[in-house]
Design a protein around this ligand. Sequence first.
Ligand SMILES: [Zn+2]
Length: 294
Amino acid sequence: MSLAYDVFVNDPPPRNDGFLPNGDSKGGSPVASTLIYGSEEAVLTDPAFTTDQARALGDWVAGKGRKVTDIFITHGHGDHWFAAGLLAERFGARIIATAGTIAQMHAGVAGRPFLWDKIYGGKIPPAPVTAVTVPRNRFTLEGHDLLMVEVGHADTDDNSVLHVPDLGLVVAGDVIYNGVHMYLGQSATVGFGPWRDAIGRVEALSPRFIVTGHKNAGLDDDAQRTIDQTRQYLDDAEELLRTESTATGFFGAKIARYPDHLGRLILWVSARALYGVREHPEEQLARITLNSWL
Ligand SMILES: [Zn+2]
């Protein structure tokens, strides 16, 4: 039996704590979850973070009529996995990730009271880290190989992607983006070189399809287009960092180049972190990125 995949995109939970410099409400980014399935069983990826998102995603998954064996998490950012426990319980599934991602998940839990719970209050369920590793980062779905590939730093440290060779598919988490503003804050001190290396590692897998962790649901999953546009976004960011002297200027210039991109909150957060590091090189990056969200 051959495999197939389908994607569910959860809308961001609403925020009512102020506005962006151009007057937009803060909002957030859509989160994409992928269901890879055979005739009986399925694997789910990155199941978002609020209780409401877990319910919407879970109902969609239930409608597919497969037994969910595993839930794979690409990286440690809470918006990709705080709801994983609810889905694991609903479907009796195991949560799996690389050792590097599991360490980042623990860091995400430690930082949760200072960031996520401040912004989203009671919308996020309890999320102890229950993910486990699998030998050689490999597992199977109805006899087909699924490979966790470690690609290093992208929008955070220790990113991984899921390669499904028999589908020509890579589930890329936040290494590749698709029509959504990219989170650049955690690259503010290291620059975009490591992220470009990570993109190259994804490209070396020769995928036909890439499902990104944040996508505009109206766009397709064409691998080369999403790779090219992700590189271009980094190129543009580097150029604008040279030509714009303030975070507000960077924010406005990016919107002018990417008027249809979703998630302008993420653009503003990224701009604040990038210029925060420039203006306060003595401060810890973790403190600057935290403040950029609040
Ligand atoms: Zn993300």
